[in-house]
Write a protein that binds this ligand. Structure first.
Ligand SMILES: C[S@@+](CC[C@H](N)C(=O)[O-])C[C@H]1O[C@@H](n2cnc3c(N)ncnc32)[C@H](O)[C@@H]1O
Length: 199
């Protein structure tokens, strides 16, 4: 899983603030905010569904996982990309790579969060080629050096609907056609292939 381009950044109170957990500017810090359930799909594996209506703009959950160095993320990408990995019965890879363009615009921070082995329900959010109904947002907390990744509903999500997001753009180049895994998102613009990981 990868994402190219700039993610939206929001700012919240954090360890350097005097306010407590009840502060209204700590929206993403109180755990999973919507009732959700994990449902099995024949082709996509486990999926995250809304168990109640989720209003547009609402925080759903953080994307929790192991925070990796770039070198370790690249090493794991190689492992996760191997066909043997997928046929081994091990959990599907959930290594998310997001970039934050720093204010200077000349540098960017690459954040590698691997939820394959340790994570929360966000690891069950599947890809949709139409962008999905959840958007990834970087959350910076005052006094905390690194951003967190949070999922927000980008439209109203009805109870029973699958919660999806975009893993990145699908490039229909030759290497993608040969190596990209099949996509079953069912969107009208889906070409039947998932985005390939970009390190
Ligand atoms: C982060 S996991 C998502 C949860 C996963 N479905 C599971 O069973 O654990 C990413 C993996 O889910 C599957 N997946 C996600 N979106 C998919 C889609 N649109 N079509 C097919 N498989 C998908 C792929 O196996 C992918 O490597």
């Amino acid at each position: 899983m990868a994402s190219e381009g700039q993610s939206l950044v929001v700012f919240e109170c954090g360890p350097a603030c005097r306010c407590g957990a009840e502060c209204s500017n700590r929206v993403t810090q109180r755990g999973i905010a919507a009732r959700v359930k994990v449902v099995r799909h024949r082709q996509k594996g486990w999926c995250l569904h809304a168990a109640e209506d989720i209003r547009r703009g609402a925080f759903v959950c953080q994307y929790a996982g192991e925070l990796l160095t770039n070198a370790e993320a690249n090493r794991r990408h190689l492992i996760y990309d191997c066909p043997e990995y997928h046929s081994s019965g091990r959990p599907p890879p959930a290594l998310l790579v997001v970039r934050e363009h720093l204010p200077s615009k000349t540098a960017s921070l690459r954040l590698n969060i691997d939820a394959t082995h340790f994570g929360n329900v966000a690891r069950f959010v599947n890809h949709s080629c139409d962008g999905g109904n959840a958007t990834r947002v970087l959350v910076r907390q005052t006094g905390w050096p690194l951003p967190h990744v949070a999922l927000f509903a980008n439209r109203e999500i009805l109870a029973g609907e699958e919660i999806t997001m975009s893993y990145g753009e699908v490039k229909a180049d030759e290497s993608t056609l040969q190596t990209a895994p099949p996509c079953y998102c069912g969107s009208s613009n889906c070409i039947g292939l998932m985005p390939r990981d970009v390190a």
